[in-house]
Design a protein around this ligand. Structure first.
Ligand code: C2O
Ligand code: CU
Length: 501
């Protein structure tokens, strides 16, 4: 596949998509059945189970249908784009619920490929984590799966698929999950701003989600940058009011240095977790990272403030907020802190350190042999959909095996349940990597580059040559993913498992 350098799309999965689906069984009889059963642990593995919902629990029910859909991303006369979505409305799907509630979300898969939902940043039981072959069977086309859990923490989260993510998330399959109940003083307005860049061309057609040049470097970029699917939107906000802006970077490769012009703003949460208010200069957000801001809007109707991205040669205005009357009469603005979520505080004294080196991979993609069937057709060994098409990246010299999620590698490390661990992330590459851990919220302690405000997070950026120390209490038993959230890096090797037992 990788003969030429340049922006060659990686086309890997289409021809072999049907393995694991119903199609094979009928046409190829027991050969197909054998191959599926042999195709790694995935076929025979037992999955974790989740505690049942207690009787009388308050339930927030929602159904999410993953499907292909048309959406007008660029204004007409440009044609509507073929996106994937969980909902019919324009803009990102936002679920708001109370911390005391249980979420019961039934996913129905109307795509032509399997999918799951990963609830990014939620400390939930492993069985609900939505990683195909690791925590559950993939949800095949036509099937349904119900996720059921009580989110332990308040804050701004999101959810997305976890296999062929580059295509499914790239086409828009994601939603925002807000767990309410963290405010010590109510805001007059709560605005979700979901940032992403669409890889579409001038005609509204999707361009390759993964390229060799992108996957091996900083990622592939689109050039249609949007907030809530609109390019440079202007949102109306109450004049003279206190507003909360929940900014989410839902892009697969773009970094944002978030700033506000026209007024002062304070960061009050990172990845959904309360942070004592920090005056905002600019806050760096890699893919998957979130920041909540609080600010007082201008008292004069018609006045605008700007959400700016400084991660560019020239600052880019992503969206504007326009003050509209009637003017609210509020006392002098003091940024109010959020109530902290019940995240266990790492006990650093005596804690063991695990070192994780982020590097390029020297290993080549070693695919196991395929089956040649009597009729001459070829049955691939691995689930083509979760297949690592090539290997560019590794953790501690170990790239995620190219055989997909279906053939799981041994854990990179095993943590004893209840203990604190310090993880030192060392970036030996010339690119930024936003590293994400499942099932746990960690504390970002320090960086070799200095100036870290200690904060809780589920994803943290490690810059070239940087060493970042994070710490967590390994309190959630299971096998969990750790990976780069530049999805092309994740899908070309920068992914692993850590075990808590
Ligand atoms: Cu948001 Cu494993 O990912
Ligand atoms: Cu990366």
């Amino acid at each position: 596949m990788f003969k030429r350098p340049g922006h060659k799309p990686i086309n890997r999965r289409r021809a072999i998509l049907s393995l694991g689906g119903v199609v094979m069984g009928a046409s190829l009889g027991h050969f197909a059945a054998r191959a599926v059963a042999d195709a790694g642990k995935g076929a025979t593995q037992t999955y974790p189970t989740a505690p049942a919902m207690p009787a009388g629990a308050k339930v927030h029910k929602i159904s999410l249908t993953a499907k292909a859909h048309k959406r007008q991303l660029k204004p007409t006369p440009v044609a509507a784009s073929d996106i994937f979505d969980y909902a019919d409305d324009d803009g990102p799907l936002v679920i708001r619920m109370q911390q005391s509630e249980w979420l019961q979300a039934t996913l129905t898969n109307q795509l032509k490929e399997h999918t799951t939902i990963h609830w990014h940043g939620i400390r939930l039981p492993a069985a609900m984590d939505g990683v195909p072959y690791l925590t559950q069977k993939p949800v095949l086309p036509g099937e349904s799966f119900t996720y059921q859990f009580q989110p332990p923490d308040t804050g701004t989260f999101f959810f997305h698929p976890h296999c062929n993510t580059v295509e499914q998330l790239g086409r828009g399959l994601a939603g925002v999950l807000i767990i309410e109940g963290d405010e010590t003083r109510p805001h007059d307005h709560d605005l979700v701003c979901a940032y992403r860049d669409w890889r579409i061309d001038a005609a509204g057609k999707f361009t390759p989600m993964m390229t060799e040049a992108g996957a091996s470097k900083a990622g592939t970029f689109g050039d249609h940058r949007t907030i809530n699917d609109q390019e440079h939107p202007v949102f109306q906000v109450p004049a003279g009011g206190d507003i909360r802006v929940r900014f989410l970077n839902l892009d697969m490769s773009r970094v944002v240095d978030l700033g506000v012009t026209g007024t002062d703003a304070w960061v009050i949460a990172t990845d959904g977790n309360a942070l004592p208010p920090q005056k905002l200069k600019s806050w760096r957000l890699g893919p998957a990272m979130r920041a909540d801001l609080t600010l007082r809007t201008p008292a004069k109707p018609g006045t605008r403030i700007q959400l700016v991205n400084y991660y560019a040669a020239q600052p880019i205005v992503m969206a504007e907020l326009e003050a509209t009357g009637p003017v609210l009469d509020r006392p002098t603005f003091v940024p109010a802190p959020l109530k902290p979520a019940p995240i266990p505080e790492p006990v650093l004294e005596g804690a063991e350190t695990f070192t994780l080196r982020l590097s390029a991979s020297s290993a080549s993609a070693n695919l196991p042999p395929d089956f040649v069937l009597p009729d001459g057709s070829v049955l691939r060994y691995a689930d083509a959909l979760c297949l690592t098409p090539n290997t560019f990246w590794a953790f501690n010299g170990q790239p995620w095996p190219s055989q997909s999620h279906e053939v799981l590698p041994p854990p990179l490390v095993t943590f004893q349940k209840g203990r604190t661990y310090i993880i030192e992330l060392i970036n030996q590459t010339p690119h930024i990597h936003p590293i994400h851990l499942h099932g746990h919220t960690f504390k970002v302690l320090s960086s070799s580059k200095g100036d870290v405000v200690p904060h809780f997070a589920d994803t943290t950026i490690v810059a070239p040559k940087e060493r970042v120390k994070i710490a967590l209490v390994a309190d959630n038993p299971g096998d969990w993913m750790i990976h780069c959230h530049i999805i092309e890096h994740q899908e070309t090797g920068m992914m692993g498992i850590f075990r808590v037992t």
